[in-house]
Design a protein around this ligand. Sequence first.
Ligand code: SF4
Length: 438
Amino acid sequence: TKTIKNVICTFCGTLCDDLEVDVTDDEKKIVTVRNACAIGAEKYLHVSNPGRVVLPRMRQADGTYKDVSYDEAIDFAAKTLLKAKKPLFYGWSSTNCEAIAAGNVLAEKTGGVIDNCATVCHGSSLLAIQDTGVPSCTLGEVKNRADRVIFWGCNPAHAHPRHMSRYSIFPRGFFSAKGQKGRKIICVDCRETDTAKVADTFVRIKQSYDYEIFDALRTLLRGEDIPDEVGGVPKEKLQEVVDICKSGRFVTLFFGMGLTHTLGRNHNIDAGINFIRDLNDYTKAVLIAMRGHYNVTGAGQVLGWQYGFPFACDLSRLTMARHNPGETTSVDLLVRHEVDACVVIASDLAAHFPFEATRTMAHIPSITIDPHISMSTELSDLHIPVAIVGVEVGGCCYRMDNVPIETRKCIDAPEGVITDEELFKRISARVDEILAEN
Ligand code: SF4
């Protein structure tokens, strides 16, 4: 075997960059993974499973699947997209930026709507950031400087297992040489998570009272009075949070879907940003969204630089991109039957969307592009397997703090299996051919 060092883990938004992967000398199989957490390691070890799909699968009239060639699959995809008035391209969070850029070209050509997983996770954060701005920093700065860390509506102990050991709680940095001993950790949540258990201060709030609590904290920060209890939290506890933050040198607020998906949504994030902004009158303070899938941040970046909006871009008018959450977002389009074909890429729509939206997907022509079998692949007319980014192909991905990181290839993809990027380029070329023929 040989060892590949400094491998980037393409599982969660932490994008850990210190994995060591032992591969066989012929670079066909992964033998061992070191340094990854349990979920990261599983991704690498799972790659060589014998049941891996290596050919596109097309649904037959009787509901069963038949293996077809990549050429047949590409032809079907091109014709399906050209026939549709408004196809939806949803997903993108678990592939590289190169594939996303190639996919955007295809969506433009076919007048589709392009949307990523932010539409059901941190879309509200992106709206608030566009409205309000964001005082932020890199995870490296958190590691080297932060002495006050707040986790709000997120549970990295489960969702980003090495986040706490690499960046936010335990590591020793240049200005944080005492590691955990020099940091005060605050966890704000409506239930006592495993992250709350390692925090110095746990603030249990009533569900959906985040906005009120940020307002109360801002009021206390200015030295004004508040009621004896806000959102289930006594005034003294909120004062304690303010005192801890004010006495720090560098405060970092990490927030997750417990904040973005409770009542108030983007307004919760507005309030959080303004709390952090106010804190900067007393000390240095920043906030970072806990992005989930490893390149959901990159999906927003690519859309942002190409169309000006980080998700839910409607390209059906061909000349301009429209972005109107509630109108051009995937769930709303599917529930209102406003799209007539669906391509799911590098994510699992059927596993995460409301039933009504999934039912629409099952009743319109649909294609799922994914290395593995998922609920979406099983509802689709066509499943196209692809190489796994960060394992079988490299490419650019954005960490949760918006730092681009070049992922690397460890082993060869199974023979014949192509990358997302190549697939989108070939479907685009086939679309051009068909248009030229007519
Ligand atoms: Fe991979 Fe995330 Fe675990 Fe790091 S924390 S090893 S990026 S799954």
